[in-house]
Design a protein around this ligand. Structure first.
Ligand code: GAP
Length: 459
């Protein structure tokens, strides 16, 4: 197997040419930090979201799903602290006028070895001066002091664009889980400990260059809040650290490219916080977070809404505001990590190289590609496609040599290619080729569905 260095450019290029992800508003020259998922990418990301929902909602009897509105009462963002203090530390380059986040400049300069989120603004300014951190755009060091920048997008409802009509595009999905704590607890008759989960879009006016899907202005989060008693909260926190790691390893991220990063500096209300970092082509970066948030969120919503968030234990009659353990992961950021992990340039006998995406079959965009050996077998191949596509997302391809068609499917990570040949009409069999081993077996058409089904499960 050839060892080649993976770069983000290779991933971006494959994504664009194979229909995973295109630049946003491409025909207008793009739109910074926005990306559009193409026919293959939308399947991949949907499968990633499904795998998370299956693991953390479907298979977790204590977890309830919601889909809350993106636009929320503006008081929510006062209660959460986003209006007053959700501020990124920005610096402008006085030479080329580009804007950057001081913490990401430091993390990029130190290749992820310095945890800038634990630094004060003064410490970050001192680090940048001491280590001569230059503008990544023009290469000059001529920075403004750090200023705070609120990355919430503001819009307005109604016809007047006054302050009274101001609403925010949510910068995180979890507030939709906190504000539904009482609704879910009552309607699901949920008993503490229980969790509320959702998957949805969030928006942040990010000023830092995004590294493809890593940091975008519009992205999807998969978030879960576990409401629990204080005495059990540290065990539940440890449990989610383990569950979060297991989930991404099960999806195909290698243990050697994953590490815990426990936070040294905590928010005043937090009891513990940890990121799981992935070794992306640009270095170690946060993939997801697990936070012990104490009673902060529910207490703040109680204060700002005037509604009691007190839970009454049905067995002991004890009354208390539950602690919250939050587990949060970006669907786009995870998709990027999985694209990086899946990519391989493989040297084949005869000097040929194939690019193959080794996705876990459960998240592969297409499970099966149906290929007639020759175009005149199209009719019987289409009949196989009609049968299999009732069960799985399938691709159909009759253009070019069979070898080229296999390569195309390897590049989009299709785990199985089913070839219909001249014997199919007489023996009722097709050839099934495995993406990773390239081995081929011949089985009855009726056996294809159970054969594939058994191999694409995510457990
Ligand atoms: N509710 C907690 C919260 O939002 P966060 O660390 O700001 O915490 C959680 O975000 C996760 O969301 C991150 O670990 C990352 O996976 C993803 N994420 C955050 N900002 C992002 C962005 N601009 N683009 C893509 N994903 C992002």
């Amino acid at each position: 197997m050839a060892e080649t260095k993976l770069t983000m450019d290779k991933i971006v290029n494959l994504c664009k040419t194979r229909g995973f992800v295109y630049p946003g508003s491409d025909i207008y020259g793009g739109f910074a930090n926005t990306w559009d998922f193409g026919p293959v990418g939308v399947e991949l990301k949907n499968n990633v979201k499904r795998s998370w929902w299956k693991r953390f909602v479907q298979e977790s009897p204590d977890t309830y799903g919601v889909d809350a509105a993106i636009l929320m009462n503006p008081r929510v963002w006062e209660a959460s602290g986003h209006v007053q203090s959700f501020g990124d530390p920005k610096m402008d380059c006085k030479n080329c006028k580009q804007r950057f986040r001081a913490d990401t400049l430091i993390e990029a300069h130190s290749k992820g070895t310095v945890a800038a989120e634990a630094m004060t603004d003064e410490e970050m300014e001192a680090y940048i001066a001491e280590h001569d951190v230059k503008c990544p755009h023009c290469g000059v060091r001529n920075w403004t002091p750090i200023r705070k920048f609120n990355p919430m997008f503001v819009t307005s409802r109604g016809t007047l664009e006054s302050d009274a009509d101001k609403v925010y595009l949510r910068p995180e999905t979890c507030q939709g889980e906190y504000v539904n704590f009482l609704n879910v607890q009552r309607t699901a008759r949920a008993k503490v400990p229980f969790a509320i989960a959702q998957i949805g879009k969030s928006f942040r006016n990010e000023i830092t260059p995004g590294n493809f899907l890593f940091r975008t202005v519009e992205f999807e989060q998969m978030e879960l809040q576990m409401f629990c008693r204080e005495e059990q909260s540290m065990d539940i926190y440890a449990d989610y650290k383990a569950k979060a790691l297991k989930y991404i390893e099960d999806l195909g991220l290698k243990a050697e490219n994953l590490r815990y990063h426990d936070h040294d500096k905590l928010a005043h209300y937090a009891k513990a916080a940890c990121d799981i970092q992935y070794n992306f082509p640009m270095g170690w970066q946060e993939l997801n977070g697990i936070h012990h948030r104490g009673v902060w969120d529910l207490s703040r919503h109680q204060e700002y809404s005037g509604k009691s968030m007190i839970y009454i234990d049905p067995f002991t009659n004890e009354k208390y505001i539950p602690n919250v353990i939050e587990y949060s992961i970006g669907a786009d950021r995870l998709t990027l990590a999985l694209l990086c992990a899946a990519y391989e340039e493989q040297a084949l006998d005869g000097g040929e190289t194939r690019v193959v995406m080794h996705f876990h079959p459960a998240i592969a965009p297409y499970k099966v590609a149906i290929l007639p050996l020759q175009k005149n077998l199209a009719e019987s191949a289409k009949a196989v496609y009609a049968k299999l596509s009732k069960k799985f997302m399938c691709d159909y391809d009759e253009a070019g040599s069979i070898g080229k068609r296999y390569r195309r499917q390897d590049e989009i990570g299709t785990p199985f290619c089913v070839t219909v040949d001249y014997d199919t009409a007489t023996d009722g069999c097709v050839t099934v080729r495995d993406r990773d081993s390239m081995e081929q077996i011949r089985i009855k058409i009726d056996e294809v569905i159970p054969y594939v089904d058994e191999r694409i499960q995510f457990n």
